[in-house]
Design a protein around this ligand. Structure first.
Ligand SMILES: [Ca+2]
Ligand SMILES: [Ca+2]
Ligand SMILES: [Ca+2]
Length: 465
């Protein structure tokens, strides 16, 4: 026993010698590099959320002197949630629902933005309505009642609308999206009232708007009531008379855009005050595997905040499935399903749940002693001042991983191991301890070879992707 122990500790001290020799060699050649490679550790807000605006010229708002509703809504998100969102306005002049669907399927810019968006606003359909309206007015719509083209348009619109929603959900990687859809206002309604065409035309616009409202619970969005704001409860009010319509007779004025933005704001937010800090906390590596019906896709994001794990999940497909999450550790029970008032089935390392098409579930359960699973307990991270809820500095933009002392996302010799090695001998009784405490990776109040060894063990990218 004794001999074995001696052998082990002798191997251990040989290891230390080898490391020290290596360090000495590298130190000389890298000292200049060290000086030039100082990395500033920032503690900025953890995540940038993105807002993507989809739609036609109402969304784009290209008229000079006009501030589109998307910019006003961006400001509301900012002031209501205390959150800065990056806006990408993908509005395109004259865009129809068919063209938007095509963009979401084939245009890389649209696909990329839809993939990462946290906030999405959508108003589509005014251009779908435009051509059949003109055909009807010129008696070219077809059919015995001159309404064939309007019927066809509504059928196509509904189909496109479904596919647009499914495509957004299929692309988007975030289990929780703040998806908001505006319904469609009736421009030029005064002309159609005068000609008597309004009754027929309004019934088709009404079918489009009804569909937008009907599908809200299916696709998990809220509707901004633009149509009622512009055309009133009767649907027959003239928005131009209210000052909402620009001189081109079609697009909103600044007042009109303000009204649209207000309606979007009135839908509230999917990101409740309870959910927002969780969404803003850094995403952790996944200590679990997911299995489900192979035709369904379950999106997941794991966060740790205030002593709890939050597993955000969504079925991004239109297929009912059971999903099984198999963790690398025993899941503490009970597992609450947030906003549902129920608990998930959890046993051992497994959480199992049923997912309706496009369903979202958020599971909440307590973390263990090491919330971010970076092998350094929360208590030690608190002592060091590192982020106990993130294991990667470049993901969270915080000082997150104890061995990555310069918080650049990797454990390197010049950036991390060498500074610790140079601090060996410092301890908590010294007046400059505050400068060196961060290197005390075993938390014993002194910088020793043990701390150098701990850092060396994580040489490489550590817990960063
Ligand atoms: Ca930790
Ligand atoms: Ca950490
Ligand atoms: Ca580093």
């Amino acid at each position: 026993m004794k001999a074995k122990k001696y052998k082990k500790s002798s191997q251990h001290s040989n290891k230390i010698k080898i490391i020290l020799v290596l360090l000495a060699i590298i130190a000389g050649s890298l000292i200049f590099f060290l000086k030039s490679k100082f990395v500033d550790v920032t503690h900025a807000n953890t995540q940038n959320l993105s807002y993507v605006a989809l739609g036609d010229s109402i969304t784009l708002a290209p008229q000079p002197g006009i501030t589109g509703f998307v910019y006003l809504y961006q400001g509301f998100i900012n002031s209501d949630l205390g959150l800065t969102v990056n806006l990408t306005n993908l509005g395109i002049n004259s865009l129809s629902s068919t063209q938007l669907l095509d963009k979401l399927k084939t245009d890389n810019n649209f696909i990329q933005n839809a993939t990462n968006a946290n906030f999405v606003s959508l108003i589509i359909g005014a251009n779908d309505f435009w051509t059949p309206r003109l055909s009807y007015l010129s008696n070219n719509c077809g059919g015995a009642d001159n309404q064939d083209c309007l019927r066809t348009m509504v059928t196509t619109y509904k189909s496109n609308f479904d596919q647009i929603m499914l495509q957004i959900r299929a692309l988007n990687v975030n289990p929780v999206i703040n998806l908001r859809v505006g319904d469609i206002y009736y421009y030029l309604i005064a002309d159609d009232i005068k000609s008597g065409a309004v009754t027929v035309l309004n019934s088709y616009l009404g079918q489009m708007n009804d569909y937008i409202h009907q599908k809200a619970s299916v696709y998990n969005y809220s509707v901004a009531n633009v149509h009622t704001a512009f055309n009133g409860q009767s649907g027959l009010e003239d928005p131009e008379a209210k000052g909402y319509i620009f001189t081109d007779k079609i697009h909103p004025t600044n007042a009109g855009h303000q009204v649209i933005a207000n309606e979007f704001r009135n839908t509230g937010y999917s990101y409740t005050q309870e959910l927002l800090p969780i969404l803003l906390s850094p995403t952790l590596k996944t200590p679990y595997s997911v299995s489900s019906n192979p035709s369904a896709t379950i999106r997941t994001t794991l966060k740790a905040s205030n002593g709890y794990y939050y597993l955000l999940t969504a079925n991004s497909s239109n297929i009912q499935t059971t999903a099984t999450f198999t963790f690398t550790f025993k899941v503490p029970t009970p597992v609450d399903k947030m906003f549902e008032g129920t608990q998930a089935t959890a046993s051992g390392v497994i959480i199992t749940d049923s997912f309706a098409p496009l369903a979202v579930h958020i599971y909440k359960f307590p973390t263990g002693a090491d919330a971010d699973l970076d092998t350094f307990p929360d208590s030690l991270e608190t002592y060091l001042g590192t982020n106990p809820n993130s294991s990667c500095s470049t993901v969270s933009h915080t000082d997150a991983f104890p061995p990555d002392v310069n918080a650049d996302g990797a454990v390197t010799i010049p950036g991390d191991i060498l500074p610790i090695a140079r601090a060996v001998g410092k301890n908590s009784s010294q007046s400059d301890w505050a400068t060196y405490k961060r290197y005390d990776l075993d938390g014993n109040g002194a910088i020793t070879l043990q701390d150098v060894l701990i850092a060396s063990k994580f040489f490489g990218p550590g817990f960063c992707p």
